[in-house]
Design a binder for this molecule. Sequence first.
Ligand SMILES: C[S@@+](CC[C@H](N)C(=O)[O-])C[C@H]1O[C@@H](n2cnc3c(N)ncnc32)[C@H](O)[C@@H]1O
Length: 239
Amino acid sequence: MPLEPARLTLAADGTPFSPGYGDVYHSAAGAHAQANHVFLAGNCLPDRWAHRAQFVIVETGFGLGLNFLATWLAWRDDPLRCQVLHFVSLEKHPLAAADLARTHAAWPELALLADELCRHWPALEEGAHELEFDAGRVRLTLHLGDAVTTLPTLDSRADAFYLDGFSPAKNPELWSPALCQSLARLAQPGATLATWSVAGSVRRALAAAGFAVAKRPGFAGKRQMLVGRFGAADLAEQR
Ligand SMILES: C[S@@+](CC[C@H](N)C(=O)[O-])C[C@H]1O[C@@H](n2cnc3c(N)ncnc32)[C@H](O)[C@@H]1O
């Protein structure tokens, strides 16, 4: 079934903005730096994938693909990288290929990888789309459709989660207690998570699903972000 593509505009400061959700796709303070700070460092990457045969990341909200591209670049640059990086991402309103290419132009350091992604970009049909890069060592499974109904059907075993829906106030379905339970079902023991949101409702939903969570210093203007570990008793707070 064809999906409704994302409607993309720019906020006053030039940050990609979704009129449908009333929220920006990434921090105005730097998209690539935010991905590295919140999602990679928040999940202790690249360290955690060192020497592994496979490492699986599950993301809620593929959006512009920035987190994927930043992760792929970090993997390429890491001599200790895992054999296979499997990035599983869910997206209800994928971008049209032309919009994707247009937004990627803002990150010249990612241009090579972004071109590859755009060349492989699937038709915007509901369902799972398997994309392979770097001779199959980087796999992207793109689940196009609603994460709320798709997550409970997945059989991935996640080592790390990137929680990157629009803000919980504007996109509550991607942060609900039921969705957090769906994430927990996919979590390997010790799986980590990271997100820029420290909303109390999100912390409670993740804790109820079995993740120990703690705040960490946030990116740029944000005072705090959230990290978590599945099955851990506690995580020390860090200021
Ligand atoms: C902040 S953006 C994600 C940015 C992205 N991670 C990146 O690196 O560019 C949030 C995304 O969540 C998607 N989204 C919102 N609700 C969803 C749902 N129920 N299922 C799947 N995706 C959803 C939006 O369409 C949007 O692309």
